[in-house]
Ligand binder design. Sequence first.
Ligand SMILES: [Zn+2]
Ligand SMILES: [Zn+2]
Length: 135
Amino acid sequence: MARMRDAGVTPTMQRLAILEFLEGTKSHPTADKVYVEVRKTCPTIARATVYNTLEALTKAGTILQLTVDPSAARYDADLGPHVHFRCRLCGEVYDIDVKQENCLGDLVKGHRVEAVRTYAFGVCASCRKKGRDDA
Ligand SMILES: [Zn+2]
Ligand SMILES: [Zn+2]
């Protein structure tokens, strides 16, 4: 709730439900997935409300919009430094622990680095277990 007010986003029940769902998942859902899941607890929520809220929260810096998936934007409420890995077979997006804060706060060619967003791509553990790894 405080995070939303700080971000200048009025915390309605529906918006809270959206943020709570995002904070409770590691699946980096698309807007459509957020809509399907939040509708289970807020049956009256409109698709446009979900899209508008995700946009407002992204603009406010409360959540991250990921461009790791070319087919649809995905959302993440985890603002800590971590790298996103996308499986090219199943399309799932996972958090992986790769040090990326090396240059955070540093001046690089006169620019102050405040955030680093890195994406990693490959075949995920669950697909490799199923023997789908063609490498
Ligand atoms: Zn996979
Ligand atoms: Zn993440």
